[in-house]
Design a binder for this molecule. Structure first.
Ligand code: SF4
Length: 308
């Protein structure tokens, strides 16, 4: 034999090739998804007039008044593909929880509309096919001291009416925040001024607890219920030792409801019939150094003026 066994093997076994970096071939796919995301956002129906329950916690009435009074240009929030995709995933989770999980487990009651035929039925969802879409109970809160109008009211839609008479607010939650929720909810008892409890000075879990409980409390007020549940479904495998889902029981709290009304009322008073010459609403920031103030376009003017 002229060749050794080793040399023969060398011929049979293919030579190692240099590893080629992974070629992404999804550009065309991704750009089509981005186009769809942008289009579907444009197709969303306009929001009904009024102050929305979901946005009221973060709202600073003083900023609203100062921006209008001084004509400060506030850059419109831009929605890039990453943000739009996050929203789309959030919507999908919400749909999963409301129209499949809660529908099939017969936990929520109300009006269900068939997405094909348009038929409506009341009570429990007939099946968990996802074809029946829950019609969320609508909330409209008037503001004592402010004339009744579409502009000066609080509006929103609650996620669910539980069969036991409680209300439900269903949220999806990133894994990084999920573990901190218990601590966040435990700290709610320490809040004595819901008007200034907004913003994010603290952890995301704390902010979630504050804003989601505030939101639910406004629904409790609008639908005249005493108790509700904020329910969290994690967006992924929960960390070891953590439950598959979490729920927190929230009771009605007049202080939270009054804070929401006070916010709208103070903007109405500052608006002063369109002149923005009325008294400035009080500050929600403790100092110009707080996280919220640092992001505020009128922080200098805000702290230069005294509270009315
Ligand atoms: S600095 Fe804070 S309190 Fe002042 S306007 Fe801005 S957000 Fe409101």
């Amino acid at each position: 034999m002229s060749d050794s066994f080793a040399n023969v093997l060398k011929e049979i076994i293919p030579k190692k090739t240099k590893s080629v970096p992974l070629q992404r071939s999804t550009r065309a796919l991704v750009s089509r998804i981005n186009d769809w995301l942008e289009e579907s956002r444009k197709e969303e129906p306009p929001r009904s007039p009024g102050f929305h329950v979901s946005a009221l916690f973060d709202l600073c009435p003083r900023k609203e008044a100062l921006v209008n009074k001084l004509g400060v240009e506030v850059l419109e929030e831009t929605f890039d593909a990453k943000k739009l995709l996050t929203f789309a995933i959030g919507h999908a989770y919400h749909d999963l929880v409301q129209n499949k999980i809660l529908a099939k487990s017969r936990l929520i009651v109300g009006v269900w509309k068939h997405s094909g035929s348009g038929e409506e039925i009341e009570g429990h969802c007939p099946d968990g096919s996802g074809l029946w879409v829950y019609q969320e109970p609508r909330v409209v809160l008037g503001i004592p001291g402010v004339p009744e109008s579409e502009r000066w009211r609080i509006v929103g839609s609650c996620d669910g009416d539980l069969a036991d008479g409680r209300l439900l607010e269903a949220k999806s939650c990133g894994i990084g925040i999920y573990s901190g929720l218990d601590k966040g909810y435990a700290s709610l008892d320490g809040i004595d001024d819901w008007y200034t409890a907004c913003g994010k000075d603290g952890s995301w879990a704390q902010k979630y607890a504050r804003s989601h409980s505030f939101q639910l409390r406004l629904y409790l007020c609008g639908l005249d219920r005493q108790e509700g549940v904020v329910f969290y479904l994690p967006k992924g495998q929960p960390p070891k030792g953590e439950p598959a889902m979490k729920e927190f029981i929230i009771r009605k709290l007049p202080g939270a409801e009054e804070a929401a009304r006070e916010k709208v009322r103070s903007i109405f008073n500052a608006w002063a019939g369109g002149e923005w010459g009325g008294p400035l609403p009080r500050k929600v920031c403790g100092s110009p150094a707080c996280k919220r103030a640092k992001d505020c376009p009128v922080v200098t003017q805000c702290f230069a003026e005294s509270d009315s």
